[in-house]
Design a protein around this ligand. Structure first.
Ligand SMILES: [Zn+2]
Length: 256
């Protein structure tokens, strides 16, 4: 089966882990921009985007994974000195053939600074008619998701451009019928393959759902996306649904 992992962090993964993803059936993936500490300079993130596009993506492609990039300001990576300059660079870089989305962005704690960065990136995605990956945090997920949704609603962006990511069994009913695409992150401490499969069976009729592992910068779960598909198969779901979840929904959103 043709599997797409819609959210990894390739700069936090080893060559062995990436090759293992390929041997576990992942054919395409999106690496999301993330800098693990609060940068002192706006240029730090701009260099990170260039690193992803000019170094990480071509390198990973040599290892057999058809990789693409998402460029954006993660709520943990908002520079001390403002971010307008980064938005300006994103306006140009998104046209690069390897870039398929803005992100990841979103709220971590829900501070005003995070809200400003999220809004600016949503406005940018709306103006560019380009997909955007919006993260929800592990801590206080429900509360922060409830804070995030009205912020996106207010921008009046085409909902088909938005992937609300790391949705779980606690937040799925809130996100259901919002019109935004749903990212399920199958990873220890987030969602188990079996739980993800149950959510898909329950909600895939009314939502466009994609799968990812969020691998990188910690212990990776290389097989989680494939395991979710296996779990769906063991429930006897129809082939069309398997195809949508494994790759067709992602192809539709990210146009690759
Ligand atoms: Zn991530």
């Amino acid at each position: 089966m043709n599997l797409i992992d819609t959210h990894i962090h390739v700069d936090g993964m080893s060559e062995d882990e990436l090759r293992e993803m390929v041997s576990n059936g992942i054919t395409r993936a999106i690496t999301c921009a993330y800098f693990p500490i609060e940068p002192n300079y706006t240029q730090t993130l701009i260099d990170l985007f260039t690193r992803l596009i000019d170094y990480d993506v071509p390198k990973t492609r040599e290892w057999g994974l058809d990789l693409y990039a998402a460029i954006g300001i993660h709520p943990r990576s908002i520079p001390k000195a403002g971010f307008d300059q980064i938005i300006e660079v994103m306006k140009t870089l998104y046209k690069h053939e390897f870039v398929v989305a803005f992100g990841e962005t979103g709220l971590q704690l829900g501070s005003n600074k995070e809200i400003d960065a999220l809004k600016s990136q949503l406005e940018l995605a709306k103006d560019c008619d380009f997909p955007i990956i919006v993260h929800t945090p592990s801590a206080n997920k429900l509360k922060v998701t409830e804070k995030t949704l009205p912020i996106i609603d207010k921008i009046r962006i085409n909902p088909e451009l938005v992937v609300l990511d790391h949705v779980n069994d606690e937040t799925m009913s809130k996100v259901d019928k919002s019109g935004y695409n749903v990212g399920l992150t199958v990873q220890s401490g987030k969602l188990l393959p079996e739980t993800a499969a149950e959510l898909i069976i329950q909600y895939a009729d009314s939502n466009i759902i994609v799968l990812n592992s969020d691998n990188g910068f910690r212990k990776c779960n290389i097989t989680s996306v494939a395991q979710t598909i296996e779990s769906l198969k063991s429930h006897g779901v129809e082939k069309k649904l398997l195809e949508r979840i494994s790759h067709k929904n992602a192809e539709k959103i990210f146009k690759f």
